[in-house]
Design a protein around this ligand. Structure first.
Ligand code: KG4
Ligand code: ZN
Length: 406
């Protein structure tokens, strides 16, 4: 039987962020209550910026360098020692502060004592993602779990994106500030079915959940993911890396009505997406592909028109899915959900549904923006739900799977 009060250490290294989080959970109440103890993201953006994209081998190396410092950092709140990102100041080791236990000052490595005393299970992203990156996190967790004799929770990257949205109940949640003590709840009733739109660099999927951890992918992209289209358009427009935020920045001063771009699949009675035609349309507006000759175009107008078109496609398809499945909760998650234009377009379109055909109003959830992109807190939240259902493994039974599905 899983405990009602427990703490999860979670590690996410599926792509280019080394992320570690610690979450405290209380399942004994009416709601599933959670408290963020730490939420660390060591970003590799500066490394990959130079190349305009992710170099898988460099990503793996960077994970290797960042993992131990990030794990240490994630555990520092148990010491009561103030710390900055990845710079652990371990001056006052006499102070311990949890459940009245004191770490003796002669302990040179409080990290192991903290894991031993305070961590009940270790969650890790096992896929999908870059295999070299995934392996860094999975192997680190296998070693920790074997050494400390802890159960392991295997979490799919997309589950992490979906469950990140529950932290939005408290919109003040700040990333990278592990002393925040932010609390939030997952209600025990009245949230299902959930319809989640996951929009990231690798996925654009509509996922229906009739219960916790039960996923049915009801629509997905047939070619590029929405984030991938943002990244490619940023490259075409020479806007820099990472593409999504750069397109969003440029679009702010552009006219979204300047270009009329194609919305493939939107008219079709299915829940699938297509973004490669849209990306190609942007390319054709910027150059004559055959001769390679550049055409005249307005960069910010094109960025704004592209962003509007993506938001419109995502919104229209989600509305179609809402009409079909009548969810109680709609979640918008994944890296692209950090886009403010998309949020501003998407949320009211769903709220306005009530005024027309429907007599129900789905509750809308999106993670705080800094938890839209890859993070370990979502992995910890999904991990906590799994732990509460005894869905744990011995360390020897988990493995990285680059193409695992929900
Ligand atoms: O979920 P995520 O961090 O990693 C993957 O699982 O892929 O998503 C990364 C994607 C990238 O394609 C990035 O360009 C996009 O999310 N993204 C954005 C924004 N921030 C990140 N796209 C549009 N607007 C943004 N503000
Ligand atoms: Zn992701």
């Amino acid at each position: 039987m899983a405990k009602n009060n427990f703490r999860i250490l979670a590690i996410e290294t599926s792509c280019d962020e080394t992320a570690v989080a610690v979450l405290e959970c209380d399942k004994s109440k009416n709601n599933f209550e959670m408290r963020v103890i730490s939420n660390i993201v060591a970003s590799q953006i500066e490394i990959h910026k130079k190349w305009g994209g992710i170099y898988p081998e460099m990503a793996s190396r960077a994970h290797l360098e960042s993992l131990i410092p990030a794990i240490r950092e994630s555990l520092t709140p148990f010491l009561g020692v103030k710390s900055e990102k990845l710079k652990v100041k371990s001056g006052d080791r006499k102070t311990l502060i949890h459940n009245g236990r004191t770490i003796p000052s002669h302990w040179r490595s409080p990290t192991s004592l903290i894991i031993q005393n305070f961590i009940d299970a270790i969650a890790v992203t096992t896929g999908p993602g870059l295999i070299g990156s995934l392996l860094m996190g999975v192997e680190a967790v296998q070693i920790l779990a074997a050494y400390f004799d802890r159960p392991v929770i295997s979490v799919n990257h997309l589950e992490g994106h979906i469950y990140s949205a529950f932290s939005a109940v408290n919109q003040k949640l700040k990333i990278k500030n592990q002393n925040d003590n932010v609390k939030f709840k997952i209600p025990k009733a009245g949230i299902f079915p959930i319809l989640a739109l996951i929009v990231s660099g690798g996925h654009t999927s509509l996922v229906l959940m009739r219960d916790h951890l039960k996923y049915e992918t009801v629509g997905q992209t047939v070619d590029d993911a929405a984030g991938e289209a943002f990244d490619k358009v940023a490259r075409i427009l020479d806007l820099g890396y990472p593409g999504g935020p750069e397109v969003e920045k440029a679009a702010k001063s552009g006219n979204e009505k300047a270009y009329n771009l194609p919305m493939a699949m939107v008219g079709r009675d299915n829940l699938d997406f297509s973004f490669s035609g849209l990306k190609t349309a942007v390319l054709y507006l910027t150059k004559d592909v055959k001769s390679g000759r550049a055409k005249k175009f307005n960069k910010v107008d094109l960025a704004a028109s592209f962003q509007k078109t993506v938001a419109e496609i995502l919104t229209q398809k989600t509305i179609r899915a809402i009409k079909r499945y009548k969810p109680k909760t709609v979640i918008l998650a994944g890296g692209v959900s950090a886009n403010q234009y998309l949020r501003d377009h998407f949320a009211p379109a769903i709220s306005n549904l009530q005024l027309s055909t429907f007599n129900f109003q789905p509750n809308f959830l999106a993670p705080p923006k800094n938890l839209s992109t890859d993070n370990a807190l979502g992995i910890a939240i999904a991990g906590a739900v799994k732990f509460s259902q005894n869905k744990t493994f011995h360390w020897s039974k988990i493995e990285a799977d680059a193409s695992s599905v929900l």
